[in-house]
Design a protein around this ligand. Structure first.
Ligand code: DGL
Length: 293
């Protein structure tokens, strides 16, 4: 089914270095939750894996959809934005933060860990497991332009690319389509095919989804790739890592609470997306951060 519900999510061209932080919304969330942060809706795939692994935890999800896609923004701008968002989570008194976004992770995780003392779980494209399972010794890594050209990916290629050919494929335009809930339109399938087919023709038998948004296109990617191609993504590994570093459960008097959703985009767009992927939600709040210059 194709669902297109938001055409008003235009990219903001300005950097955010000097963006004033707006007054915070009234504190309504209980402390001791786990924060989950993505440039938009892609991290919902990670949110689900976390919920499956840690069902007693209460979660806060931030979708920075008003500024998505992050994939081709400057590293400096992304680091500044990630700091703003992490600061928001700290004010919400989260006990741990999950960067449910490869792009934020490879660009900003080190900086955030240096500046904030809470446990921060980051992710990176699953090149290592892909290199271990490929039979054709060729893997295709689909990711944003920023992730493809990051030092983290260069390190992974150096470490695991000895006997394996690693084809790095930046996929501009896919994040926007997922943000709009446009999973199966002809244009989306054509775009997906243009990124998948060259790698398959070059012999890849394993595809790494190096962007959390692409998890919502996994069926389409698998369909285009054809039988015998393994698709690997990192959400379960992230949830496992969170379980390892997760501080103790919230205090007994703090009852479990449904996930709080915040977005810097139109709340109705996030609501429509969540409905389209059968993700239960109640209230969606505006992220109380400016994305002006
Ligand atoms: N979900 C983000 C990732 O994993 C997408 C980044 C973007 O907004 O371009 O990389």
């Amino acid at each position: 089914m194709t669902s297109t519900f938001d055409k008003g999510n235009e990219r903001q061209p300005s950097p955010w270095h000097c963006a004033p932080v707006l007054p915070l919304a009234p504190q309504t969330d209980l402390p001791g939750r786990i924060g989950v942060y993505d440039s938009g809706v892609g991290g919902v795939s990670v949110l689900r894996a976390i919920r499956a692994a840690l069902p007693r935890e209460s979660l806060i999800y931030v979708a920075d959809s008003g500024l998505a896609p992050y994939g081709d923004r400057t590293p400096e701008a992304l680091q500044a934005r990630a700091e703003q968002v992490a600061d928001f989570f700290v004010r919400q008194q989260v006990k741990a933060l999950v960067l449910a976004c490869n792009t934020i992770s490879v660009i900003a995780a080190a900086n955030l860990r240096a500046k904030f003392s809470l446990p921060i779980v980051a992710m990176e494209p699953a090149i290592k497991p892909a290199a271990l399972v490929t039979s054709s010794r060729t893997i295709l890594v689909m990711a944003t332009a920023n992730t493809v050209r990051s030092q983290s990916v260069a390190r992974l290629c150096a470490e695991f690319g000895g006997n394996v050919r690693i084809l790095l494929q930046a996929c501009p335009g896919l994040v926007e389509r997922v943000e709009r809930g446009e999973f199966t339109s002809a244009a989306t399938l054509e775009l997906v095919a243009s990124y998948v087919r060259p790698g398959i023709e070059a012999g890849a038998d394993t595809i790494v989804l190096g962007c959390t948004h692409y998890a919502f296109l996994a069926a389409q990617i698998a369909n285009i790739a054809g039988p015998g191609v393994t698709i690997i993504e990192s959400s379960v590994a992230v949830a496992r890592q969170l379980a390892r570093v997760n501080p103790a459960l919230p205090l007994p008097e703090q009852a479990w609470h449904p996930t709080s959703f915040y977005t810097s985009g139109p709340p109705h767009s996030l609501s429509a997306f969540l409905t389209s992927v059968s993700e239960e939600h109640t209230e969606i709040r505006s992220l109380p951060l400016s994305h002006a210059e």
